[in-house]
Design a protein around this ligand. Sequence first.
Ligand SMILES: C[S@@+](CC[C@H](N)C(=O)[O-])C[C@H]1O[C@@H](n2cnc3c(N)ncnc32)[C@H](O)[C@@H]1O
Length: 204
Amino acid sequence: MKKISYVDLIVVKEEMKGAIENRNHIGFREDYHVLHYLIKRLKPRRFFEIGTNTGVGTKIIYNALNLSGVNGFEVFSLDLPPEGAHLSKQYPGENRIGNQCSVKYTQLFGDSMNYDFMKHGRMDGWFVDGEHDYEHVFAESNKIKPHNSRVVIYHDSDKKGVYDGIKEVFKSAKGYVMYRVVDTRIAFVVKEEYEKDLFGDNSL
Ligand SMILES: C[S@@+](CC[C@H](N)C(=O)[O-])C[C@H]1O[C@@H](n2cnc3c(N)ncnc32)[C@H](O)[C@@H]1O
């Protein structure tokens, strides 16, 4: 996995104009800056988030796509149904799923472990932020791979299970490059043909 730092990635400060700041935990500000930046640079039209929680990330994703001027973009977000609440300690409560996100997106319910990720058609981008362990990331990534998406962004890749899961699935994916943004919790996988868009026009 290639290593890059936050300051090396986000050189064009212009891209951060209008970004929603997430200060819910130490380090989230930088993590979600990277999410915003990658979306603005890579412009994935159909975007899927695994793990809605209260919808703070969903709102950030929507805002970044909206500011990118991507025509007809769509945001889907998946979380557990109430009967699956016991599956995750992070489950926020039935009435709190997506309650911080008032913009238009499609809320989906299901367990990512057996959810059919092709059901809603091919996606261009992902934010994988459900259960942060090897089993989940491995299973989710294996189902994401056939989408041939331009970017897959992972939160909590500072956790060994998450990092190993990404590597295991994408090491054999031809035409993809893996990055770890070392001073954040973000890792991402980008199609080689879009890698130049990450850094294009970044010269100062
Ligand atoms: C860290 S929170 C997501 C935070 C959100 N992405 C954000 O940026 O604000 C993780 C969420 O994943 C959900 N989750 C955990 N396991 C899941 C699974 N197997 N399928 C679907 N959602 C899951 C939890 O219920 C929780 O709401």
